[in-house]
Design a protein around this ligand. Structure first.
Ligand SMILES: [Zn+2]
Length: 462
């Protein structure tokens, strides 16, 4: 079996991945708050952890891997949006959950095993809080329930902060109902007119951190193999999840491996809605950017490194996919042979999800496929390329659909191919005037041509 090593934020090093039970591998990733279409930065963990999901399914079997990703559907921003539109919060959360799932599907993200929501897990959340109170790790005061950070010795170990650092650095609210300023909210009263749920502490709503701890326990169990999320969640969100879950479960760890993806930046600014530099996947798709191009772009850098999101990155990603699809188009009439997932791609992904290296390996395979001569060789090369694409969630379209030529008649396609052959001959004979004239004719037919290491690639212009 291919080795898998993952960089674990808790130990700050790469570790061999060993699941608790290879027949039941568990993974949780903190999901979006559904009050608006998600920006492309939200989809970095969605795509990165989808590659990990695909790799784990390859290593342990499709049925053995359980992946839970939540939707946060209780939040002030949701309340504000619902109030502005004069509707109930579930109208808002259903709308943006659907958009998120559509966007994720367009990015070739596999459906999750579980997709819990905070509202759907309310009974679990309340029961979790009651247990923490009973065990002396939380207390209720004036309709609030707070987690007592001083009652958990290891608090701060994960993010490697002392309580003093945390208080100095964070926006810690000093409030009369808190015993210690570092204590964080598990439950708070609902303001009049805001959505709320009945609880032993009155009508209210959960804090964000407890939702994840309760949903992880309910969907996957007490200790999971892998917990993922954006790097900005290390503190306080994951520190607090760890504290709550360890205290509720007699000190058992919440997760054995913690993975965090780096930021997406636009002009070196952290990408977030609050800074206004919002690019949503939804608007990009509507503007005609292919979901697979966005996926490729998100995988073009290593997941732990920051990624600069630029128009150039999107353009380069499209060109890279054109080259790969160009090879598949040339092999269109060959059946793909059953091929094992290529070792080069598995090794790259097994080394802490090194997707840039895996993409380079994909191009090597495409290069071999492009040169393949005999029909058995072509079939094998195509099979390898498809198997590699499956691991990365790429090359899932028909080449003709990808290039927008599926609607062309056979005669029209044959005419274009004949012109391309003439153009290639002209270029080989260094008759560039003739080559340019042919390109102009193709442009007149709404066909664009790119010259790539794999030869001429043409598509219908949109
Ligand atoms: Zn979470």
């Amino acid at each position: 079996m291919t080795a898998l090593r993952l960089y674990d934020t808790a130990s700050r090093r790469k570790r061999d991945f060993v699941p608790q039970d290879p027949r039941r591998v568990t993974m949780y990733v903190c999901g979006p708050t559904v009050y608006a279409p998600a920006h492309v930065g939200n989809f970095r963990p969605e795509v990165v952890f989808d590659v990990l999901f695909r790799l784990l399914r390859h290593l342990y079997g499709d049925e053995a891997v359980l992946f839970s990703r939540n939707f946060t559907d209780v939040d002030d921003k949701i309340n504000a949006r619902a109030a502005a539109e004069g509707v109930e919060i579930d109208v808002i959360t259903a709308r943006y959950t659907n958009i998120y799932l559509e966007d994720a599907a367009a990015l070739n993200v596999l459906p999750k095993t579980f997709e819990p929501t905070a509202t759907g897990a309310m009974a679990d959340i309340i029961a979790f809080i009651e247990r923490l109170i009973a065990l002396g790790h939380a207390y209720s005061e004036q309709g609030h329930v707070l987690f007592s950070v001083t009652a958990y010795e290891a608090y701060g170990d994960f993010s490697r902060r002392s309580l003093d650092d945390m208080l100095a650095g964070a926006r810690v609210e000093v409030a009369p109902y808190k015993k210690d300023p570092g204590d964080f909210v598990l439950w708070k009263p609902a303001r009049p007119g805001d959505p709320g749920w009945e609880s032993p502490w009155g009508r209210g709503r959960p804090g964000w951190h407890i939702e994840c701890s309760a949903m992880i326990e309910a969907s996957l169990g007490e200790t999971i193999d892998i917990h993922g999320g954006g790097i900005d969640l290390v503190f306080p969100h994951h520190e607090n999840e760890i504290a709550q879950s360890a205290c509720a479960h007699g000190g058992k760890p919440l997760a054995n491996y913690w993975l965090h993806n780096g930021f997406l930046s636009m002009e070196a600014e952290k990408m977030s809605k609050s800074q206004g530099n919002v690019v949503t996947v939804h608007t990009m798709l509507a503007a005609g950017v292919r979901g697979e191009v966005i996926r490729y772009a998100l995988l073009s850098g290593h997941y732990r490194a920051p990624l600069d999101w630029t128009d150039k990155l999107i353009e380069q990603s499209r060109k890279s996919l054109d080259r790969l699809y160009g090879v598949l188009r040339r092999l269109k009439d060959d059946a793909a042979a059953d091929a094992p997932a290529p070792v080069s791609v598995l090794e790259a992904l097994g080394d802490d999800l090194n997707t840039p290296k895996a993409l380079a390996a994909l191009f090597e395979i495409a290069g071999r496929a492009n040169k393949a001569g005999a029909s058995a060789e072509r079939a094998r090369a195509k099979g390898e390329l498809m198997a590699a694409g499956q691991l990365l969630g790429l090359l899932r379209s028909e080449p003709d659909v990808w290039f927008g030529v599926d609607a062309l008649s056979e005669a029209a396609a044959a005419e274009i191919e004949a012109l391309l052959a003439q153009r290639q001959t002209a270029r080989q004979e260094r008759d560039f005037a003739a080559a340019d004239a042919i390109r102009d004719r193709l442009t007149g037919m709404n066909v664009s041509v790119d010259d790539t290491p794999e030869g001429q690639i043409w598509r219908m212009m949109s």
